[in-house]
Design a binder for this molecule. Structure first.
Ligand code: C2O
Ligand code: CU
Length: 579
């Protein structure tokens, strides 16, 4: 069982246990004896079953189980200890066990709420809050049901006190107030020497674009979605003038996966101010990194990218031979892009397909009709990629894969989630059952380039209630905090930095660090054995633990966030800063 399914199973069992205790309590209050006894017996079993799931989660990693072990387990135990024995005596007056059963229900629910609303790290404060809630609910119930104070109540109180004590001792520290992003950050103006200069102008504006025959209201660069393809040859200087015609909430350009100097990174309020209607900003940087990248607005990024403010950036080596096609996949108003295209290719020609996922969710790509290699991922060439046949690749949000092959005499077709997007002629193949390539074991390994680690950070991804803003929100959190309260990671120039990224939520988080490529060390405890993988976007799935490292060689203030941009907006954004 994967940790992801274990997390889900534990959640389901906890919900069932809570519901059964509460249901049993209600049934006994209503004097429905068989129902009450049945539900309570089920609840007791479910509560005991959690001992198994919680233990298994703790073995998978303390991050997955901390609050369950320290808060939910003692609470559930208290509930079972109070309600269990009374139940086994199967009292004639079933109404007499209503309060103990409801107490157990509150206790299990309290633990569940701690997991769902707070998660990691466990804190004594949250534990005590849960205990207080359980005691209060029990006291109210006891009054409402008109029962007289009894041994049950004193025993419940004792159990509650024990639970509070256990919680207190298992105290974990909550992150303190975040230093936040300093706003006096200097916007350095980096001018790059060198010619020739490739100049582009991108004008952002609202537009009506046609997608598969339908008119769609979009936000577009130069009236088109995707925006113009920006291409350069290695050694060029790229100069891109961004203008905003009428995007009221502002635009910027972020060069996704392209490690620009910080001042050119396009993050509003961090490296520049957002470009408002009527304003412009000129980006200038050296095209010294060959590969497939993309650009997108980073102002209201979730909405902006979804509505069409994105495009392709490709830096090619000189000279280019063969056929070179970019396939930026996107979903615009529910309609898939790009439109399918067919172009015959002469047999024997080298072909490179640059697959780009510009959506906020994962896509599955399948190339049929030819063996191929994955030549590069996220702009970095792989070492010793071997030919693949009838194998799909799964690309995380923001990620890019370059597929290369020699055109066969017969047609070839590329499918995205089963939809044909590119072909050299008619192909009919079912690709849905193909295995998916695991890039961690593809290609030829080489030793990790560093023998030391200077800084380590752990990022535990989850959901939680965020009460710090104006309105409470159910945020996507990192270490229990949401943007802007997640402490900034501080590194020094030259540091070798390791991130351990843990996903204890139920959804995938495509992680993206600006300004650097990270080298994958391990996933779920297993070392990467294939070609060194230098990624800027990688899917941390439910229950996953990734260890990645990078050299801090690009000074500045960098965004570090989930590239499901809705998650990033809902709190899952922090920053990496050089001291
Ligand atoms: Cu493509 Cu900060 O993102
Ligand atoms: Cu996410």
């Amino acid at each position: 069982m994967t940790t992801g399914s274990l997390l889900a199973a534990d959640l389901v069992i906890a919900v069932l246990a809570a519901a059964a205790w509460l249901g049993g309590g209600a049934a006994s209050a209503a004097r429905r004896r068989p129902l009450a006894l049945g539900l309570a017996a089920f609840a007791l079993l479910a509560t005991l079953a959690r001992a198994i799931t919680i233990t298994a989660l703790a073995r998978a990693g303390w991050w997955f189980a901390a609050e369950k072990v320290l808060i939910a387990a003692p609470l559930s135990l208290a509930g079972a200890v109070v309600a269990g024995p009374r139940l086994l005596r199967a009292p004639r007056d079933i109404r007499s066990v209503a309060v103990p059963l409801l107490f157990a229900g509150y206790a299990v629910s309290g633990g569940l709420l701690v997991t769902v609303l707070h998660g990691y790290p466990a804190s004594a404060g949250v534990g005590l809050l849960a205990v207080a809630g359980v005691v209060a609910a029990t006291a109210v119930t006891w009054r409402v049901l008109g029962a007289r104070p009894s041994g049950t109540v004193s025993r419940a109180t004792l159990a509650v006190a024990v639970a509070a004590l256990v919680t207190g001792t298992g105290l974990a520290v909550t992150p303190g107030a975040a230093p936040g992003v300093p706003h006096d950050h200097e916007y350095r103006d980096v001018r790059t020497a060198g010619e020739p200069t490739r100049r582009f102008t991108l004008t952002a504006g609202t537009a009506t674009v046609s997608v598969s025959g339908r008119d769609v209201e979009a936000w577009a660069f130069n009236g088109q979605v995707p925006g113009p393809e920006l291409t350069a040859t290695v050694g060029d200087v790229l100069e891109v003038t961004l203008r905003n015609r009428d995007i009221q909430r502002g635009v910027t350009l972020h060069w996704h996966g392209y490690d620009v100097p910080n001042s050119q990174d396009g993050v509003p309020d961090v490296t520049q101010a957002a470009v408002l209607p009527g304003q412009e900003f000129v980006y200038r940087f050296l095209a010294d990194q060959v590969g497939t990248y993309w650009y997108h607005t980073h102002a209201v990024s979730d909405l902006g990218v979804r509505k069409g403010l994105y495009g392709v950036l490709v830096v090619r080596p000189a000279p280019v031979t063969g056929v070179d096609v970019t396939v930026p996949v996107h979903t615009l108003s529910g309609l898939p892009l790009p439109a399918p295209r067919t172009e015959p290719v002469e047999a024997g020609m080298p072909v490179r397909l640059r697959l780009i996922n510009t959506d906020s969710t994962t896509h599955r790509y399948a190339l049929a009709g030819t063996p191929f290699r994955v030549a590069a991922i996220d702009g970095s060439d792989l070492r010793g990629p071997t030919p693949l046949v009838d194998t799909a690749v799964v690309i995380p949000a923001g990620g890019r894969y370059d597929l290369v092959f020699t055109a066969p005499a017969t047609p070839v077709a590329l499918f995205v989630d089963g939809r044909e997007v590119y072909s050299t002629g008619p192909v009919s193949t079912a690709t849905g059952a193909w295995p998916v390539l695991d890039p961690l074991s593809y290609g030829v390994a080489s030793p990790v380039p560093w023998s030391r680690l200077d800084k380590e950070f752990t990022l535990v991804l989850d959901r939680g209630l965020d009460l710090r803003g104006l309105l409470p929100r159910y945020a996507h959190t990192v270490n229990g905090a949401a943007d802007p309260d997640i402490p900034t990671q501080v590194v020094r120039l030259g540091d070798i930095v390791k991130f351990t990224i843990v996903n204890r939520s139920q959804v995938v988080h495509p992680w993206h660090l600006h300004g650097h490529h990270v080298l994958v060390l391990t996933r779920n405890g297993r070392p990467a054995t294939g070609s060194p993988l230098w990624l800027d976007s990688f899917d941390v799935r439910a229950g996953d633990v990734w260890e990645v490292a990078f050299r801090a060689d690009n000074p500045g203030m960098w965004a570090n966030h989930c590239h499901n941009l809705a998650h990033a907006d809902a709190g899952m954004t922090l920053h990496l800063m050089y001291s």
